[in-house]
Design a protein around this ligand. Sequence first.
Ligand SMILES: *Cc1c(COP(=O)(O)O)cnc(C)c1O
Length: 504
Amino acid sequence: MSDGSLIERIRAFEAASRVLDPAPAERAALREPVLRYADAFLDALASAPAFVGGSDGGAGLLDEVIGEEGRGLDELLALLAEQVDRPGLNPASGGHLGYIPGGGLYLSALGDYLADVTNRYPGVSYASPGAARLEHQLVRWMADLAGYPATAGGTLLSGGSLANLSAMAAARDGRGVRARDIERTVVYLSAQTHHSVAKGLRVLGLGECVVRLVPLDPEWRMQADALAGMVEHDRRQGLRPWLVVASAGTTDTGAVDPLDALADVAAEHELWFHVDGAYGAFFLLTERGPELLRGIERSDSVVMDPHKTLFLPYGLGAVVARDRRALELAFRELGPYMQDAVVEAGAEPWPADLSPELTRPFRGLRLWLPLMAYGVAPFRAALEEKLALARYFHEEVQRLGFEAGPPPDLSVVTYRYVPQAMRSGGVAPAPEVVNRINRRILEDVNRDGRVFISSTTLNGVFTLRFACVTHRTHLETVDRLLASLAASAAAVERERALPAAAGR
Ligand SMILES: *Cc1c(COP(=O)(O)O)cnc(C)c1O
């Protein structure tokens, strides 16, 4: 029998920690300022800057100590508004035209709220058969989108980086690549392959594989015949061609590699054919998508990022393997404390059997809720809108005197300004002068901040990028960017016309 003092201590601790489990009235008191904050944020979004520059943003947080005593929510939300939700990029804004992931569906936030409140355990079917089934169903929807057979399976991860890593682990084990083979094993990428692939290879211990960069055509697409030649050459050298990673929408230029032709090469040489569709795979929902991505159904694995082209808030990427057993080979493990949670023979594997993760958020709900509540149609329309806006921007920016890259496959356009006097027939453009002018245009647009753009370097040339991916980006947003570019280009021309600029 415990003495009374232990019971007293237990009671005291219980009372002191009670605040962690608020009663109904306390919950309402917590919810109300948070909802007010969220609504104010969303209501102001259309007129809020897409970018607030300066490197000292958030520095005020460092003065706020994490102390023993709690503080009022209003005070903390004010801190959040000033120190976190103002400085830097505002990816929730439709004016975010710089990078691929942005947006954030409100209904996903409500799904997250429910997932966090109920805290179901999706990794193990025994713990939450419903959560596991719901996630399997989402994966099946994506497998169908890719045109995969019934053998397919996959899992929901935090994003495209972990999804690519997981696909490569499946490729490794699906093809029996062992540690002692690594230095003779060859991976085929392109200079436009997303850097998460190289990172994933390193994390998997495959960083010492031979990496070949397959040449690109003038529209930044991997050349399938060049791949075939490289594989044959490597074979003759006694190397082991293993994996080709195609991009179904590169991040940099939005180009879609010729998937069907690459699938032919992969099939002939028994390469694992992985398609990184983190950005582009959901364009399969559009009218042009299936033709543009033809061959994706022949891949061994595919990655899709709902937090990009299904407009979800950050934290959801998916990997699907044509034969889910490859993912099981890579990831299935058990601990003795899991003995109650047996998988019956023939049953669907647990999500955790196909994933590097075990305990994780029930992230399926943030996708299931909007997909089921809205249906697929508005997603299709939003993606068609992005494709059309990219074509519109590609035409209009050239009307302003900018040079544009190839007509967009998807929703990224590359472009740069060449001053009038340097265009064809004029003075030959000096590369460093043109680069400087474009850097200045980027800074002008982002200093204004109503829209945010980014740049890249293509074959050594500083190039501006238009990446149109959020559900809040519409025609007015693109017109705002065009106006901002026109103003900056006009300023460039004015300054060049000044006598002081002669000789520049
Ligand atoms: C964004 C992206 C990734 C990485 O995905 P994260 O979700 O940012 O981890 C991989 N590949 C491509 C093509 C991408 O656009």
